[in-house]
Design a protein around this ligand. Structure first.
Ligand code: 0X9
Ligand code: ZN
Ligand code: ZN
Length: 302
């Protein structure tokens, strides 16, 4: 069954989300936000403590990169806390927004990391003699504007066209149906301990950059309190590198969603993508601390 002292299989994660919908029928709804090339559903949950449908919404995306296992582990732990925690800050965060949580977006790639190649990153669509598009380079906002490769054998292959991938195209359609109530989009990656602000195609600052930087610095400070884990906060291009065609950029560019960040979770390279399972809970705890602060700060400003 589901645990946070080991990394779970795809089936365990999906079965666990099903069981939540059964256990909390008035709060948890199973959602399918898209499909994959190999024909799998992209599953998630909608969590709402507000039955009058007046809450705004936050979308949480994890494991768009297949090998970044800590990301689905962290967001499922957070979902569990949203349902069970008695901490006042967590309760307020959970109950004052509707949550769309997709623990494994790149389902085909994730399954491939479990069966065949632990270090797989991309989708599994065949392109000539190689497989897969980087699903965080395939979204249709300033697509093909740097930080990508045109070689289908590369880990940063952008695909033959924007939204060439079933998983990115179908998920974008789903997002367009909830965009009017969306105030947050948080993408989870690993590793490097960063909190990144759009955009990835240009160093120009996004319209609410100052707000996102101020809130982000407070969130990072709150994250560090528990275990001392240090995060760097900043614009993608200035902090890491040019990376065009990401999911967060597409959401921000199209909908001006105010609270848009990409986390790069633990660590800074000692274990990298192979973060030991005993770090799942500490990583999740500190990440939730930062989210509580992030949305308290944002809600206080609006
Ligand atoms: O390169 C990426 O896609 C992310 N780093 S990773 O090591 N997890 O692959 C950074 C993504 C941030 N960029 C944008 N959101 N544009
Ligand atoms: Zn452009
Ligand atoms: Zn990633």
């Amino acid at each position: 069954g589901m645990s946070w002292t080991a990394y779970n299989s795809l089936e365990t994660i999906v079965d666990w989300m099903d069981s939540l919908a059964t256990e909390y029928p008035d709060k948890v709804t199973k959602i399918t936000v898209g499909k994959t090339y190999e024909g799998r559903d992209i599953n998630g949950v909608k969590l709402s403590f507000n039955s009058n449908n007046t809450n705004n919404a936050v979308f949480i995306e994890a494991n768009i990169h297949a090998r970044e296992w800590i990301t689905s582990a962290v967001v499922t732990w957070i979902l569990n806390e949203f349902l069970t925690s008695t901490d006042a800050g967590v309760r307020n965060l959970a109950e004052s927004h509707d949550w769309y949580i997709v623990p494994v977006l790149n389902v085909d790639g994730f399954q491939y990391t479990k069966t065949t190649d632990r270090m797989w990153r991309k989708t599994r669509t065949p392109y000539g003699k190689c497989y897969g598009v980087d699903p965080n380079r395939n979204w249709g906002y300033h697509w093909n504007e740097g930080g990508t490769s045109k070689n289908p054998c590369s880990d940063s292959y952008l695909g033959p066209a924007p939204f060439s991938e079933e998983c990115t195209r179908t998920t974008s359609k789903y997002l367009s149906t909830i965009a009017d109530k969306l105030i947050g989009y948080i993408g989870f990656h690993s590793y490097s301990q960063l909190l990144l602000i759009p955009y990835g195609h240009s160093p120009a600052h996004v319209e609410n950059y100052d707000q996102l930087e101020e809130i982000g610095l407070k969130a990072a400070k709150s994250l560090a309190k528990r275990y001392g884990t240090q995060y760097t906060v900043g614009n993608i291009v200035e902090t890491i590198y040019i990376a065009s065609g990401s999911s967060m950029d597409w959401v921000k560019g199209n909908y001006k969603t105010p609270v848009t960040y990409t986390y790069e979770l633990r660590d800074t390279g000692r274990y990298g993508f192979l973060l030991p399972a005993k770090q799942i809970i500490p990583t999740a705890e500190e990440t939730l601390d930062s989210l509580v602060t992030m949305f308290e700060e944002y809600d206080a400003q609006t």
